[in-house]
Design a protein around this ligand. Sequence first.
Ligand SMILES: [Zn+2]
Ligand SMILES: [Zn+2]
Length: 333
Amino acid sequence: MRAWLVESPRPVAEDPLVRSELPTPVPGPGEVRLRVLACGVCHTDVHVAEGDLPLRAGPVVPGHQIVGEVEARGPGVSRPRPGEVVGVTWLGGTCGVCDHCDEGRENLCADATFTGWDRHGGYAEWAVARADVTASLPSGLPPREAAPLLCAGVIGYRSVRLTGLRPGQRLGLVGFGASAHLVLQMARHWGCEVTVFTRGEHHRRQALALGAVRAEGIEDGDPAECHAIVTFAPAGELVPASLRHLRRGGTLAINAVHLTDIPSFPYERIFGERAVRSVSHVTRADAREFLELAAVASIRAEVRTYAFEHANEALRDVKAAAIAGQAVLEVAG
Ligand SMILES: [Zn+2]
Ligand SMILES: [Zn+2]
């Protein structure tokens, strides 16, 4: 099968994805083989391709927002059924028996595996996934529009949930890429007032068009007195800068799997029981809850599609934050 592999990580400007021919994968016990229809291109894929997240199991096919049709099942699989179109997220599998798994925080499982990092992902014609981590998709969505919900949407949902944001409160979003533009729609559905902090002029216009009350630079304007803030860019200096806009008792959630160092800042910025917390991966419950919400709230992803051949170009555009919304690789169909 045609596949893109990361063999030796290097900057996206140097085309780190290598076109390869791999054997069509065979699903083992508890696994399904999917014919990949579309796969979202996430900033995490940039981190894998460039080596910020070092390869853990040798060369890997990246991609963890997979929409695919179930084509074959390994022993012991009763669901999903052949022909069903399902999604696969970043969470590739968990041990199922440790304390974290037991407490419903399987995202923290020390033995968790991740799609497109520990296991081959969706930048290929076929992908094998554990059947128990596949997600049902809202009906009627074309694959290219469903793909962005699977990481950008699900991790955005988890990030907001970890801040404790309640309906009607004020939310700040720092950076306005694929995840933030889905979170903005979710927060508007809850009647929240959303301020977006971003440098890009086209991102500001898009945020205002989607219902943000303010869209400006993080250093501009008066403090926004947000009850909750989520940062999306992998830049540590945004953490102290964002705290200026967080009201007392509020929570700042850092939605990043990799972040540059956070510069030191005066204690006053978190005094007043402000909390700063990271967001690590996702759970199956996050995926289920968000995908249901996306259907109810009609959350729609802005998408730019790339032909399969143009995977390296997609990675470059994602790194440069050159697109408003989500990059998606069209694989089949
Ligand atoms: Zn992702
Ligand atoms: Zn576990």
